[in-house]
Design a protein around this ligand. Sequence first.
Ligand code: ATP
Length: 324
Amino acid sequence: MIEIQRLVKRYGDKTAVDGLNFTVKPGVVTGFLGPNGAGKSTTMRMILGLDAPTSGSVLVNGKRYAQHTAPLQEVGALLEAKSIHPGRSAYNHLNSLALTHGIPRRRVDEVIELAGLGKVAKKRAGAFSLGMGQRLGIAAALLGDPQTIMLDEPVNGLDPEGVLWIRTLLTNLASEGRTVFVSSHLMSEMALTATDLIIVGRGKLLADTTVADFIESAGGDSVKVVSSDATRLRELLLGPDVTVTGAAGSEELQVNGLTAREIGQKAADAAIAVYELTPQVVSLEEAFMALTGDTVEYRSNGSTGATGASAAAGDKEQKEVVAA
Ligand SMILES: Nc1ncnc2c1ncn2[C@@H]1O[C@H](COP(=O)(O)OP(=O)(O)OP(=O)(O)O)[C@@H](O)[C@H]1O
């Protein structure tokens, strides 16, 4: 469990983290999202005690990181900056970590196996590819068999097999009841791996929600219907929890609050021909862009920072959405 309360970090006059409050709970994978410079790495560094908060508190498994007598056994972390001696083998790197933290040698063999590093464990870490380096970092994070695992961009540099391996690993760790907190810029991957989401922008909390609720709140449950009589169909479909939009005179309608099946059945009952019936899938990426568009600090030319999902984002109730 990670508990963050009123967390602030200032560097001179730059506020990197601006009053964050959230809890990362055990048993699920929680994604940590935000545009570049949103404060994710700074927050993760404070969780590990690598940076001191200006104010506020961060507890991991009920204590500050520094208060744990065996921190590697409490929280395993992979941050972007790696500190592996390039001349040392993966095995020796893990073994020296284990020796200095009272972790048995057999655990080194276990994590080497778990990370798929068996064939290269005796090779110099300096000769490792980016992907192998990531696997070694993850092996080190898991060495202490920690209750809480925190990974900053773990799929960076991994090939498709590696990406699938990470997804399965994180899901398994969470299903064992561990707390798994992961940042990533790869939205499609996050949508497949995470259940809960913490989204930040300019150091502030933008959303504390689930992937499913977040996508739904961005209009993920609408259905496009093209029919022979849009005017009559619209009247048939309208109800207390149903909204129907469409341009006057157009055959096309957008329906929220009914499934494609329900719409098809109502149209069939009224003998209205349906030419198209398509559930509209809003991606996590679109929902993210809609929410964070205003908080992006570094934007390339030509990017609008918003998509068609923007109008719908925030229309419906989310677990918690905080104004930027
Ligand atoms: N040591 C530092 N000194 C001064 N400013 C810093 C320092 N570390 C971070 N910052 C600033 O704080 C803000 C948050 O940075 P941080 O690296 O935490 O963001 P991030 O969300 O991890 O970004 P990215 O997705 O690009 O990794 C940025 O504006 C950054 O420039």
